[in-house]
Ligand binder design. Structure first.
Ligand SMILES: [Zn+2]
Length: 164
């Protein structure tokens, strides 16, 4: 067993050797990499597959899905005072708040599972959360808003004409 001082001395010697023989070491590394190219690729591919499996398993837990969803909302600029509460609300909502259609949970890999998807509607200007909508109502929202404004303008014009 080496003492701490001895280990430190060895390390500093190694560092000095590496510094002095930089080019030689780099040449050796290159040669060794070239020689074991296939082995390295194989090892990397195996590690990648293993990591992929563990990551996939870990990312499917309810907590991981929840944090992923909240992260996405925040990234999209949604503002809310309590994201845990918002998530609970999102999970508990079964129908679209505009057209009342029932949401169908999409399951990966199941064919014919193309029901309305639950979306979180928020104001893109202020970031404030508005409603839980189906994907159709969510994409139609700007049209509703424009129509709303048009109706209001028309009413305003009418009132002005009638001197109300
Ligand atoms: Zn809807």
């Amino acid at each position: 067993m080496k003492t701490k001082e001895q280990l430190e001395l060895l390390a500093s010697q190694k560092r000095a050797y590496r510094l002095q023989n930089k080019e030689k070491i780099s040449e050796q590394d290159k040669k060794s990499k070239e020689k074991n190219k296939d082995k390295i690729t194989e090892r990397r591919a195996k590690k990648y597959q293993e990591d992929k499996k563990t990551i996939a398993k870990r990312s499917q837990t309810p907590e991981a899905l929840k944090s992923k969803m909240i992260r996405r909302w925040k990234y999209n600029g949604v503002k809310y005072y309590d994201f845990d509460k918002l998530h609970d609300n999102f999970i508990r909502t079964d129908n679209c708040e505009v057209c009342n259609i029932e949401f169908i949970e999409r399951i990966k890999g199941v064919k014919g599972n193309k029901g309305p998807v639950k979306c979180l509607d928020h104001c893109h200007r202020t970031g404030y959360f508005r409603h839980m909508l189906c994907n159709k109502c969510n994409t139609k929202r700007p049209i509703y808003e424009r129509l709303h404004v048009e109706v209001l303008l028309e009413l305003h014009r009418y009132f002005k004409l009638c001197n109300i």
